[in-house]
Design a protein. Structure first.
Length: 263
């Protein structure tokens, strides 16, 4: 008989996008309960030790966090397995570095450095808009925030720009054809393009068609689409490659060009 939730995670069961190698141990850090799902987050220990290489061991990571040097969305975090996720801002004030967690075109979290100005806000996708106790309207975002009294025009699937210091909505973008969007799930995860068409299916998943900067079109479920900005102008800085997925042949040609240039 199992007694409660599991407290451990094996290396082989860890999400592939953490990119932990099989042979350096049996175990992987199991993310704590938090604002992002276990399979869609990046624990702080993986970010600091395996990505930034600021620590070599679990103990070193813990000592960095216990000095209260790491902030996620403007709040100090000391839990090594805190689940940071899509659009979260990780700040290291001692080095003056700020990072935003976003996906590359292969569906992995990329180390995307941002300016101090950009680290003051984040984008959140609206998951629910409801009326609470005493008729108070509130919106629930993809990172588990509850925001009271949102703009009445804000609806489900829209994106809000959130000021991290005050927790207030400063701007919002409607989920509409012609707006720039990021794909956060499925086979096209990490791709960025403009919404061209939206198909409604009675009793099924709504499908959204997107066209990227190279005029390649692809389709995904509506739940996987995160609106980034009005028209083709994003509210945040985009990662290297601007979310354009290359074919295997194009990637090979790029590698060859780089190799020839370096010789």
């Amino acid at each position: 008989m199992t007694r409660g939730p599991k407290k451990h995670m094996k290396r082989l069961n860890a999400p592939k996008h953490w990119m932990l190698d099989k042979l350096t141990g049996t175990w992987a850090p199991k993310p704590s309960a938090g604002p992002h799902k276990q399979r869609e987050c990046l624990p702080l220990i993986v970010f600091l030790r395996n990505r930034l290489r600021y620590a070599l061991t679990n103990k070193e990571t813990k000592s960095i966090l216990m000095q209260r040097l790491i902030k996620v969305d403007g709040k100090v975090k000391t839990d090594t397995t805190y689940p940071a996720g899509f659009m979260d801002v990780i700040s290291i004030e001692k080095t003056g570095q700020h990072f935003r967690l976003i996906y590359d075109v292969k569906g992995r979290f990329t180390i995307h450095a941002i300016t101090e100005e950009e680290a003051k806000y984040k984008l959140c996708k609206v998951k629910q808009v409801k009326l609470g106790a005493k008729g108070v309207p509130y919106a629930v975002t993809h990172d588990g925030r509850t925001i009271r009294y949102p703009d009445p025009l804000v609806k489900v699937n829209d994106t809000i720009k959130l000021d991290l210091e005050s927790g207030k909505i400063t701007e919002f973008v409607k989920f509409e054809v012609g707006n720039l969007a990021y794909v956060t799930g499925g086979r096209n995860m990490g791709r960025i393009g403009v919404i061209t068409h939206r198909e409604k299916h009675q009793g099924g998943f709504e499908i959204v068609h997107i066209k990227d900067a190279k005029d390649s079109s692809f389709a995904t479920r509506m739940g996987n689409v995160f609106v980034l900005g009005h028209g083709n102008k994003a509210l945040i800085s985009l990662p290297k490659g601007k979310g354009v997925k290359l074919s295997i042949a194009e990637e090979r040609d790029r590698r060859r060009e780089r190799l020839l240039a370096s010789q």
